[in-house]
Structure formats: structure tokens, C-alpha cells
Design a protein around this ligand. Structure first.
Ligand SMILES: NC(=O)c1ccc[n+]([C@@H]2O[C@H](COP(=O)([O-])OP(=O)(O)OC[C@H]3O[C@@H](n4cnc5c(N)ncnc54)[C@H](OP(=O)(O)O)[C@@H]3O)[C@@H](O)[C@H]2O)c1
Length: 315
């Protein structure tokens, strides 16, 4: 399968490293700022439109700032490309709906790149949970926080015009975990946020309550290094995932036993989502079974609500 990238920043370079472990080819990159760093034989474009027109490209990996995901994904789909788009798929539920409609109208594959869902350790956790290893799930605790360089903050993390802020950047990971575990939309959402001077979340604590009283307590931050573990608590035990968003290790505890698991991933882990995209496309399947269109739409709706609550509280 032949890949093309729109954007050539930090995650694109990691993705390139992971593709080197597959039999896929990175054939072209369109980048405004990284154009000079693209090395032959990869074709270099300064204009994204030239990439969409490249007949050698099967799938476009959209890895630009959040505000650009929707327009670039739709343009690539209309040009007849499959698309893997970095998280968040769009910056509102309505954008995500438009993106899904474009994928369906063009009969092309589209997936939000929540790579965690494809990691071997994470998949093992989900299978244990679904098979009742820790009973009925009652609570999820999950955090994802890092401290951006305060002297030199990345513009894409702080500039509201680029859809910045902790919720879209890292909050999506704990929200995605809670969604995967409870598989229903929360009945109640409580949010407490610390906003930046530009009115985007530096930090956010989120509590979701579900239909039978189950609770997810989640946090995200771009101004604080937190312990990025997650714990899933059931009636018969618990599972703790170390660095859950890039999980390779977890501990399963029941009343009788405690067992450590270590399931390493290939390269830096993005390999697994790249391989999954190829398998879907080869089998003419245009929607992921692990991050369905409904999953992406509901995550967007949830982030819409969380961000609205965060930003309105301080006013
Ligand atoms: N899966 C993961 O683990 C993971 C990790 C980090 C980020 N991400 C996601 O991947 C995407 C990119 O993140 P990144 O950390 O790779 O970003 P980045 O390196 O800061 O930038 C990626 C690209 O976005 C464009 N860009 C960056 N800053 C811009 C600005 N100020 N104005 C206009 N365009 C700008 C540039 O495109 P050009 O190349 O065209 O100049 C750049 O190459 C985001 O959606 C992010 O949430 C995912």
C-alpha cells in the first residue's frame, strides 16, 4: 500500500519510522514547513493539492493541526484517496459527520488515528474486560498530562485558531478509553478546567456518569506531567495499564491473584494501526471495527460538551 502524508511534523516522522517495518511504501509528502527535509525517492510537494492528485498514493495520512483535519480529509476523499486522519478526527461533531459522509459518498476508507486501540497490550486488556475477567465494570480512572515547554510553547497547542488545548490534544485518550470500556454515552458530564490566557484548556478534570451509576474519572493537561496510567475497576478485580495511551504493560488483580502482562509493540506502536488500515482496505472494508464511525462521532460530541463546559465556566 502506498502512503502520502499531508504534514511532516513530529508524529509524521514517527509514522514514517513505523512504516519502515511494514511492506508499505511512503511515496509522497506534502509539507509547507518541512518541504526541504523530504528525502528522495519520496516525492516532495509544497502544496497539499498536488499530493491528492498523485495517482501513486493510495492512502493519505493527515497529520496537521486539528483545525485542518476536516478540510484536508474531505479533499483527499473527494480526490479518491483513503484517509487515516490523526486525532481528533474533527473539531466538532458536525465536522466529523461531514467527514464520514465524504468517506461514504466516495466509497473510501476513513479512520481516526487513535493508535492505542490497535496496540497488542491494549487489545488484550479489552478482551479480558469483555470476557469478564474483572466482573462488571464500575469505574475507570485515566490521566494523560504532559508539560509543554513553557518558554517555547508549540503554537498548535496554545493557539485557539489551530484548535489547541488539552482536551483535543490528549484528553481524547482517556475519553476514548472510557468509551471503549462502557460502550455507551454518559448521562452526566462534570468538568473542572484551568484555562490559558487565550481561553483554551491547560488542564481539565472530567467526570462522566453512566446509566447504572458507573463512573469515569479522567484528566488531561498540557501544562503538567501527570502519571499517565489508567485503572479499570470491576466487581471482581482491577486492571492497571501503565502509560495507558502507549500501553505495553498492565497488571490484572483479582481477589485470588495478581498477574503482570508485558506485550510489546513493533517499532513505536504506530505500526499496528498502519497494518490495520492495509488489512481493511485490502478486504474492501471502509470503516474500522475498533474505532467505528459512531465511536468518532460520539467522541467528538463528548469533546464538544467538555470543551463548552470548560470554557464557559471561567466566564
Ligand atoms: N498518535 C500520536 O501519538 C500523536 C502524537 C502527537 C500528535 N498527534 C496528533 O498528530 C497531529 C500533528 O501533531 P504533531 O505533534 O506532529 O504536530 P507538529 O509537529 O507541531 O505539526 C504537524 C504539522 O502541522 C502543521 N503545523 C504545525 N504548526 C502549525 C502552525 N502554527 N500553523 C500551520 N500549520 C502548522 C505543519 O504542516 P506542514 O508540514 O505542512 O508545514 C506541521 O508539519 C495532531 O493532530 C496531533 O494531535 C498524535
Amino acid at each position: 500500500m502506498n502512503w502520502g502524508f499531508t504534514g511532516y511534523g513530529r508524529i509524521a516522522r514517527k509514522f514514517e519510522e513505523n512504516l519502515a517495518h511494514t511492506d508499505h511504501k511512503l511515496v509522497a509528502i506534502a509539507s509547507r514547513s518541512g518541504y526541504d527535509q523530504i528525502k528522495a525517492p519520496i516525492k516532495a510537494y509544497q502544496n497539499y493539492k498536488d499530493l491528492y492528485a498523485d495517482t501513486e498514493v493510495d492512502i493519505v495520512y493527515v497529520n496537521t493541526t486539528h483545525n485542518d483535519h476536516c478540510s484536508q480529509t474531505i479533499a483527499a476523499l473527494h480526490a479518491g484517496k483513503h484517509v487515516l486522519c490523526e486525532k481528533p478526527l474533527g473539531t466538532s461533531e458536525s465536522e466529523v459527520i461531514q467527514m464520514i459522509e465524504a468517506a461514504r459518498a466516495n466509497d473510501k476508507f476513513l479512520m481516526e488515528a487513535i493508535w492505542t486501540r490497535y496496540l497488542p497490550a491494549y487489545q488484550k486488556v479489552i478482551s479480558l474486560v469483555k470476557n469478564g475477567a474483572i466482573g462488571e465494570i464500575q469505574m475507570v480512572h485515566a490521566n494523560f498530562g504532559f508539560r509543554m515547554n513553557p518558554e517555547d510553547p508549540k503554537e498548535r497547542l496554545i493557539n485557539p485558531d489551530l484548535a489547541a488545548g488539552a482536551v483535543w490534544d490528549v484528553g481524547i485518550y482517556p475519553l476514548s478509553l472510557a468509551q471503549d470500556i462502557f460502550n455507551q454515552y454518559p448521562q452526566n458530564i462534570q468538568v473542572s478546567a484551568k484555562l490559558s490566557p487565550l481561553n483554551v484548556e491547560d488542564r481539565c478534570a472530567i467526570q462522566l456518569t453512566y446509566g447504572e451509576g458507573q463512573v469515569a474519572q479522567l484528566s488531561c493537561a498540557i501544562d503538567l506531567n501527570s502519571v499517565n496510567d489508567a485503572t479499570i475497576i470491576g466487581s471482581e478485580g482491577s486492571i492497571t495499564l501503565r502509560d495507558f495511551w502507549k500501553c505495553e504493560q498492565f497488571t490484572l488483580k483479582t481477589t485470588k491473584d495478581s498477574k503482570d502482562f508485558h506485550l510489546p509493540y513493533v517499532s513505536t506502536g504506530l505500526y499496528h494501526e498502519a497494518m490495520a488500515c492495509a488489512t481493511y482496505i485490502e478486504n474492501n472494508i471502509h470503516e474500522s471495527s475498533l474505532i467505528t464511525f459512531d465511536n468518532s462521532r460520539e467522541l467528538a460530541r463528548l469533546m464538544d460538551e467538555v470543551i463548552l463546559l470548560s470554557r464557559s465556566k471561567e466566564k
